[in-house]
Write a protein that binds this ligand. Structure first.
Ligand code: PHE
Ligand code: FE
Length: 289
């Protein structure tokens, strides 16, 4: 793993046992605040008509008294008032059980660094723009807020079944790359899409990817790629339905079933899929990014 990545084996110096660190907002420089503003302006201009209603409503919590990277003291006052959630700063990626424990307790861990100009459109690990701009608006939605708590609890439980890889796909295809059906058409709620300029267009408009109706077992069988645009997006009918089906399903028998079922290749379409768009996959066949 490249040393430049913010990946650690143990909480680094100055971090707490739960891996949190002080945000130390005063330490961000003018160039770092300017990077936030640049990304924020670009995304917020593009998202009306693309992002889910819940996301657009939730963006209000990001409208703080000053520009630049949000100061969590102010951000959390608004977010906690909405749904009881708060953002906590961490040095980079944290271990799975630490991550799940934070979610189960309504704390969203956010990387405490921002991308450089060279990384404007693509970086390998979540920075504060992805974590806060991408995730916080949905955490201000009461239904999605409960989904994320349930996911954290379910994540802790999954470790006992050795089922993390399957459960991680659910996170990937909902929290990170989820689409939702609204009366006017498909909209984005996944943080990985909403924080990416190019994928916000690709995910909705490009003929290449499949767009398939959400099915819990199907999603947990489906591989995904982490280094490029997705070849599949799964579409939920509503946040209420996503919450209901995940909370009311006991995953233990699903995990047992998943152990016997083969994975589904990234771009495959199965009989029984609710196909909303059958993708051409022409993007994936090209050189990619
Ligand atoms: N119901 C799941 C279980 O039995 C937990 C879960 C809820 C997982 C919501 C993901 C999302 O483990
Ligand atoms: Fe994320």
């Amino acid at each position: 793993m490249a040393e430049a990545l913010h990946v650690y084996d143990a909480p680094p110096d100055g971090a707490n046992a739960d891996w949190t660190i002080p945000q130390n907002w005063e330490a961000f420089g003018a160039d770092e605040h300017a990077m936030w503003d640049r990304l924020f302006a670009r995304q917020s201009e593009m998202l009306p008509g693309r992002a889910a209603d819940a996301f657009l409503r939730g963006m209000d919590v990001l409208k703080l008294s000053k520009p630049g990277i949000p100061d969590y003291r102010e951000l959390n006052a608004r977010l906690t008032a909405a749904t009881g959630w708060q953002v906590v700063a961490v040095p980079g990626l944290v271990p799975d059980e630490v991550f799940f424990d934070h979610l189960a307790n309504r704390r969203f861990p956010a990387g405490n660094f921002i991308r450089t100009p060279e990384q404007l459109d693509y970086l390998q690990e979540p920075d504060v723009f992805h974590d806060v701009f991408g995730h916080v608006p949905m955490l201000a939605d009461p239904v999605f807020a409960d989904y994320m708590v349930a996911y954290g609890e379910g994540g802790l439980r999954s470790l006992g079944f050795g089922a993390l890889d399957h459960l991680a796909r659910l996170y990937w295809y909902t929290v990170e790359f989820g689409l939702i059906q609204q009366p006017e058409g498909l909209r984005i709620y996944g943080a990985g899409i909403v924080s990416s300029y190019a994928e916000s267009v690709f995910a909705l408009d490009d003929p290449s990817p499949n767009r398939i109706g959400f099915d819990l077992l199907r999603v947990m069988r489906t591989r995904y790629r982490i280094d490029d645009f997705q070849q599949n997006y799964f579409v939920i009918s509503s946040l209420d339905h996503l919450l209901k089906v995940t909370v009311e399903t006991d995953f233990a028998p699903l995990y047992a079933e998943l152990e016997l079922l083969p994975d589904i290749a990234i771009a495959d379409i199965l009989q029984g899929d609710e196909v909303i768009t059958r993708g051409t996959q022409e993007y994936a066949e090209g050189t990619g990014r």
